[in-house]
Design a protein around this ligand. Structure first.
Ligand SMILES: O=P(O)(O)OC[C@H]1O[C@H](OP(=O)(O)OP(=O)(O)O)[C@H](O)[C@@H]1O
Ligand SMILES: Nc1ncnc2[nH]cnc12
Length: 230
């Protein structure tokens, strides 16, 4: 009887010790996790992360800039033509460009991405697709089927008419207009007028290249954002 009691006692002590051990571990570890969870946002160096992102974006932009060509006297004497096609022929630089434009458009909270005929069509649809947004084209006269609204505009080297399909943009929608380049601002200004005619709002006009000397920005009624300035 005594033997049995003694073993019982030893077993109970053993079981109690085990429960205490596992409970202690459980409580201590979960406390550590709770502390880690609470402390984590303060321990993360947000400033360092922001600086790192800034540096990455600068490197991406440098790779894009390195691929933009300048061709004198094209398409007319006196015009220095800034060509973005070499960027597109370098898949790394093109991907950098799309990354930069996509993350910028993401920060605008827009409903629709509009691209301008023709080089805006190279960029707008990819950005829209990345952000799961609709893409809508503004085209030169006679290329869009159905009912359209129109605006005439002047170019750095000529004039043209822009069209937007009726109902392609809904009343009150927030729009970003994307193009490759801003020169005199005539093209972008006409696009903004079409958006206004459609009763929508141009949140921003986004271009890769801005020719600063031509001061096109002053002609555009909405905010302009450019990645590269000459
Ligand atoms: O600021 P602006 O003086 O109006 O000029 C800028 C516009 O000129 C270029 O297009 P272009 O009219 O040459 O047509 P394309 O894209 O069909 O070549 C460029 O792609 C812009 O859309
Ligand atoms: N200088 C330029 N280079 C490329 N595209 C243009 N569109 C209008 N001016 C331009």
């Amino acid at each position: 009887m005594y033997q049995f009691d003694h073993h019982m006692e030893v077993n109970i002590i053993y079981v109690c010790k085990a429960i205490a051990y596992y409970s202690f571990n459980l409580i201590f570890q979960s406390r550590q996790n709770v502390m880690l969870f609470c402390k984590a946002p303060y321990q993360i160096n947000w400033k360092e992360i922001a600086q790192q992102k800034k540096m990455e974006d600068k490197n991406k932009l440098d790779r894009v800039k390195a691929r933009i060509d300048a061709i004198p006297d094209f398409p007319k004497p006196g015009i220095l033509f800034r060509d973005i096609f070499p960027v597109l022929s370098d898949h790394g630089a093109f991907s950098d460009l799309i990354d930069l434009m996509t993350s910028h458009v993401k920060s605008l909270s827009v409903d629709v991405v509009i691209g301008l005929d023709a080089r805006g069509f190279l960029l707008g649809p990819i950005i829209a697709q990345n952000l799961q947004l609709p893409f809508v084209p503004i085209r030169k006269k006679g290329k869009l089927p159905g009912k359209t609204i129109q605006v005439e505009y002047k170019l750095e080297y000529g004039s043209d008419i822009f069209e937007l399909q009726v109902d392609s943009v809904k009343e009150g929608q927030r729009i970003v207009i994307v193009d490759d380049l801003l020169a005199t601002g005539g093209t972008m200004s006409a696009a903004c007028q079409l958006v206004t005619k459609a009763n929508a709002t141009t949140v921003e006009c986004l271009v890769v290249i801005e020719l600063k000397d031509l001061d096109g920005r002053s002609k555009v009624p909405s905010k302009v954002h450019s990645l590269v300035e000459y």
